[in-house]
Design a protein around this ligand. Sequence first.
Ligand code: BYC
Length: 323
Amino acid sequence: MTTDPKTPAPEDPAKMAEFDTRLARDETIEPKDWMPEKYRKQLTRMMSQHAHSEVVGMLPEGNWITRAPSLRRKMVLLAKVQDEGGHGLYIYCGAETLGIDRAELIDQYLYGTAKYSSIFNYPTLAWADIGVIGWLVDGAAIVNQTMLARASYGPYARAMIRICKEENFHKRQGYELCATLARGTPAQRAMVQDAVNRWWWPSLMMFGPHDGDSPNSGDLLKWKVKLKSNDDLRQRFVNLTVPQAKAIEITLPDPDLRYDEASGNWLIGPIDWAEFKQVISGNGPCNHERLAARRAAHEEGRWVREAAAAYAAKRSEPAGQAA
Ligand code: BYC
């Protein structure tokens, strides 16, 4: 009998049972522990996409560093964009503990089919977009990542704890910027309202498709990588954000938004999934621009990687052999 090379070998039932018992006890899975191949693959996919998102996410905000309206705002924005790069690096390190090389992951994203968050394919058209990204985009990320900080894979969960602390600061600076503009001149108010109108729906799409259309959620929830579903997290974000918008007298662009007494939830109107599909399949407003910028940065940094590798090789030579 021949075996199909595409069909993964069945997992050892005893190891699988031990793995399930450890998850049931809420133990974390560590890099050298046994894990099912599908768990390793799902985590590699999710963590690498997360890392790519952090790095590509530096571009929309980085675009405004030279145009920040004051030294204080410029320093805050510079620090935030640097933090996002750092988040990408922690998560790449975490993903590498699953046995894959970072260069391969980056290759899959720059020249292959790996995804990154849909949200970073939208343009930053005005200064208010910087506040709204902090408030809504980092706000959505915190809701998602606070749960991931309890994910079953130890290196991912630990990276998230530190990242969430920084994201909280990002969100606060964004909301403070929005609040300042909202109580400013009529032009400033209009600018922040316009930015919210453009970013609200894409922020809701960050949580992924509805649960019934989410092919990966089954495994990820079973294995406690995700602890809440896409829709549950999206609902939590909406419930947190509606009162914040009211507090600064900003309108969320959803005529169907209403409070449901029975569930205690703010219910939203329909999400435009056709737009989401366009964006994640490479046809959003900025997909080409973002990938081109990342590819150019990667190529321009090639000499640095080569020099670092040559230096490391030289240092590892036994004493006396270096020329
Ligand atoms: N965008 O089965 P599903 C940040 C894909 S950066 C693109 O529900 P899953 C920040 C999904 O990959 C933080 N693709 O997937 C940085 C799957 O396709 P594949 C970003 C999406 O994994 C700078 C397919 O749709 N956060 O905060 O169960 C400045 C079906 O989806 C999206 C993370 O990366 C999307 N929005 O759940 C400011 C969080 N949604 O891979 C801020 C980590 C879905 O099968 N990731 N897809 O071809 C996650 O929590 C989960 O992966 C998701 C999706 C909730 C995003």
